[in-house]
Design a protein around this ligand. Structure first.
Ligand code: C2E
Ligand code: CA
Ligand code: CA
Length: 538
């Protein structure tokens, strides 16, 4: 009965205009054929067969009930009111038209039944296509096909950070099992409404309401819990990005992805999306201008002296980049290095910095003021296979010994590139170039690694130095780093030293070197030259 109602209300509801138009066309066609049969002489002639057309169409479009109703109406119109011959007005016997009605209904109903079966099979096929063939997890394209009026309120992008390692370790089939288990963990999260697979290394999760940070933390911990694959516990590293979904689903998906990427870069387990995470046109503009700056003289180096706390002598200097842009004004490294680090421009910058620093070292050597210059190296430089051979050839070109060069690598970059770093460090050692660990204390290096890499200096991050007087635990960390240095024969440099008080404290704990505004701000080369000339013992 419900189905009949549905067919009847077709004419009443404005919601399905296409079907309504179809129904109106069918009625018109039926009436037209009825009129045609009547005015061509009655049911005895062949035109009555035209009535099969609306019956077939009704079955195809409106299913079994549509076919039955159309069969009944068509049979009725060609039945008791339709004469055999309009001239004589001889009417049909009831058995004749009753039989026709039943026959028409049978045809309409049968066609309706089969067309429905074909539709179901077709939809089933589409459904299969909308699942990942290996994991059987619904693909995120399902989400895009959904009625735009019912799209989700929150979108979460889950990134599997160590997916390549997992595939290498377990093989692809076991990795699919990991994905299935992850899917289950996300389904079990009580706020989840649907889970879709996006790529081999990412999922999209839809949520109906806002989830607080405690729940997100909990979800992230659950996702990262070790998996057991054939009794082997497997660690999985993930990053989550969440955004509120506005009217535009595509934008929301992109925002969730940017947030997940942000979480990954900043070593966070989850992040709520903010506008600043979307790559904007300003960034592209900066990259374009920086590319130009490399070939003009907008870049220059400044040098910040490093002082031996025991003797007060200069032991070296750190080279820091400055960019005086015609269009953007003075740009500090934090304004552009994080951007260019994601492009190959970082290799061009490092090349420029090394060559410029080497040139300065050579000038200092010629002035009999040789000094070791520390150059900041990005983790991305270590991925460049030609990096070491280039450094070697530049040493030859500028004719400077490696002992006047130090490379600074942040603790985080050293620890996240273990394989490459060891080989690179052996090569540096061969050239007598020393290595220092920058921002020490902010990453997670182990004693074993410090020893293995034969690091020359630990540069204790300035956040410890600045905040030590208010938080005694930070002083303990500084002291632990200094003692560790003594134990492993590694020098320690305190960064960002600004006050006499800090200097006295660092001296009292036997820290080796200091660098900071207390001694000198980063100086342009001429100032730096004057500085060392007046401070260096002859
Ligand atoms: P960093 O290697 O930790 O460099 C030290 C930063 O602290 C410099 O900032 C320096 O100017 C600042 N600084 C020095 N003494 C003090 C002090 O007493 N107090 C305070 N508050 N700050 C002090 P800068 O020059 O803005 O450089 C920022 C970061 O950019 C550097 O941090 C380094 O990681 C990166 N960087 C700079 N030049 C280069 C480069 O040529 N290549 C690469 N890859 N990175 C660079
Ligand atoms: Ca540095
Ligand atoms: Ca530093």
């Amino acid at each position: 009965m419900k189905k009949f109602n549905g067919w009847i209300t077709l004419f009443m509801t404005p919601a399905k205009p296409v079907q309504r138009l179809l129904a109106i066309s069918l009625i018109s066609l039926t009436l037209l054929i009825t009129v045609l049969v009547y005015f061509t002489g009655g049911i005895q002639y062949v035109y009555s067969h035209g009535m099969y057309v609306p019956i077939l169409l009704a079955g195809i479009y409106f299913g079994v009930y549509g076919g039955l109703i159309q069969g009944f109406i068509s049979g009725l119109l060609l039945g008791p009111f339709m004469p055999i011959d309009t001239e004589t007005m001889v009417m049909q016997s009831p058995i004749n038209w009753i039989y026709r009605i039943v026959f028409f209904m049978l045809i309409g109903g049968t066609i309706g039944y089969f067309s429905k079966a074909v539709k179901v099979a077709y939809l089933e096929r589409i459904k299969i296509l909308k699942r990942d063939i290996y994991t059987d997890i619904p693909l995120f394209t399902n989400l895009l096909d959904k009625d735009p009026e019912h799209h989700p309120h929150y979108i979460m992008h889950l990134k599997i950070l160590n997916h390549q390692d997992l595939i290498d370790l377990l093989g692809i089939d076991a990795y699919y099992m990991v994905l299935k288990m992850l899917q289950q963990r996300m389904i079990d999260f009580k706020h989840t409404s649907s889970v879709y697979q996006k790529e081999l290394s990412s999922f999209i999760i839809t949520l109906e309401r806002k989830v607080d940070n405690t729940s997100l933390e909990l979800l992230s911990d659950t996702l990262r819990e070790t998996f057991s694959v054939e009794d082997v516990p497997v660690y999985i590293d993930t990053a989550l990005g969440i955004t509120e979904s506005s009217d535009d689903l595509h934008t929301a998906l992109a925002e969730a992805m940017y947030a997940a990427r942000y979480a990954e870069r900043n070593f966070l387990s989850y992040v709520n999306y903010k506008d600043t995470m979307t790559p904007n046109h300003d960034n592209i503009n900066i990259l374009g201008l920086f590319n130009k700056a490399l070939n003009t003289d907008e870049l220059y180096l400044v040098f910040q002296p490093q002082i031996d706390l025991n003797t007060g002598e200069i032991v070296g200097a750190e080279a820091l980049t400055r960019w005086q842009s015609d269009e953007l004004g003075l740009m500090m490294p934090d304004d552009f290095i994080p951007l260019i680090e994601d492009t190959s421009l970082i290799n061009d910058l490092t090349e420029w910095v090394i060559k410029s620093a080497f040139e300065r070292i050579k000038m200092l050597m010629q002035s009999h003021l040789p000094i070791k210059i520390a150059i900041n190296i990005s983790a991305k430089n270590l991925l460049d296979k030609t990096f070491y051979s280039n450094v070697k050839s530049w040493l030859e070109t500028y004719q400077i010994p490696g002992k006047y060069v130090e490379f600074e690598l942040t603790e985080q970059s050293l620890m996240s590139n273990k394989g490459i770093s060891k080989q690179f460090i052996d090569q540096l050692k061969h050239e007598k170039i020393s290595l220092s660990i920058d921002d020490f204390g902010t990453g997670y290096s182990s004693l074993n690694e410090l020893n293995r890499y034969q690091v020359h200096t630990l540069k204790i991050d300035q956040s410890f130095i600045h905040n030590c007087k208010d938080d005694k635990r930070l002083c303990s960390i500084i002291e632990a780093a200094v003692n560790l240095g003594k134990l492993l024969h590694i020098k320690t440099t305190a960064e960002g030293v600004e006050t006499k008080e800090e200097v006295d404290y660092l001296k009292s704990i036997n820290c080796d070197y200091a660098q900071g505004y207390y001694y000198a701000k980063p100086l342009v080369f001429d100032e730096f030259y004057t500085y060392i000339k007046s401070h260096k013992k002859t």
